[in-house]
Design a binder for this molecule. Structure first.
Ligand SMILES: Nc1ncnc2c1ncn2[C@@H]1O[C@H](COP(=O)(O)OP(=O)(O)OP(=O)(O)O)[C@@H](O)[C@H]1O
Length: 246
């Protein structure tokens, strides 16, 4: 007997508290969400709503309360094999682009002889082979973000968490990053994308959630969500305190 497969990742009543503060302050306050294998979730909301904290919690980087399930089982703390997180500002090692990718393949356990061809193939597929021998430190923001994405996708993660990956990029670089995301999605990678860009949310599609003061204020298909600044003032005024009214 086989029922429906469990979501790839699922949060039930997820809470995160600001470390070391008395009284306790909740940065996330009872978040429920589920992303199926190959699914897409776009998270929007004002500054300070807790979007980055949510990604960090889903990635196992911060202690949390409530329940977090990975492939239907309690998620062990720490980044899990099969998931990757891409930050708004990519962090690349101070060496060549190719060396960055080879390093990631080594960390993922790829045998030495396949690292260079695999890294070059991944760069080629992304149209970035011309950057292979450039020092990562001299890349433009858009180039660095695409290299960071290629690196994150090298291990074919089942889940890719993205924190405003195009926030500081021009429209052309933004489209290039979105094309990489579309390719990853088509290959079956589930995406959780934090964005402030309503156009990007609509282009990516899928399910959406608006986070506000550490809580999900609205959810549904992205096309039906009140995006476009309608989630209120730019600054969320800080997360809700413990026990604050919804
Ligand atoms: N380690 C921490 N200790 C204390 N407060 C924190 C910590 N990390 C985040 N916060 C606070 O939690 C709230 C949510 O932060 P977060 O970075 O998740 O917001 P965000 O929705 O990603 O905002 P933005 O759109 O500006 O990136 C903020 O008020 C922030 O100051």
């Amino acid at each position: 007997m086989s029922g429906a497969p469990p979501p790839l990742i699922e949060a039930r009543g997820l809470t995160v508290e600001a470390p070391g503060e008395t009284p306790r302050r909740r940065l996330l306050d009872g978040v429920d969400l589920a992303v199926p294998a190959g699914g897409r979730l776009v998270v929007m909301g004002p500054n300070g709503a807790g979007k980055t904290v949510l990604l960090r919690a889903l990635h196992g980087l911060v202690p949390h309360g409530g329940t977090l399930l990975w492939r239907g089982r309690p998620a062990p703390p720490g980044p899990r094999r099969g998931q990757a997180l891409v930050f708004q500002r990519p962090v690349l090692l101070r060496r060549s682009v190719l060396a960055n990718l080879r390093f990631a393949l080594a960390a993922a356990g790829a045998p030495r002889r396949v690292r260079t061809p695999r890294a070059e193939a991944a760069l080629g597929e992304a149209g970035l082979l011309h950057l292979a021998h450039r020092p990562a430190a001299v890349l433009s923001g858009g180039e660095a973000q695409r290299v960071a994405l290629v690196r994150a996708l090298l291990a074919a993660p089942d889940l890719l968490l993205l924190d405003e990956p195009t926030a500081s990029l021009d429209p052309e670089a933004t489209r290039a990053v979105e094309a990489l995301l579309a390719r990853a999605a088509a290959a079956g990678t589930a995406l959780v994308l934090v964005t402030q860009d309503p156009g990007q949310a609509r282009r990516l599609g899928g399910e959406g959630a608006i986070l506000r003061r550490g809580r999900i204020a609205a959810r549904g298909p992205v096309a039906a969500l009140p995006v476009g600044g309608a989630w209120g003032p730019l600054d969320d005024g800080g997360p809700a305190g413990l026990g604050a009214a919804p």
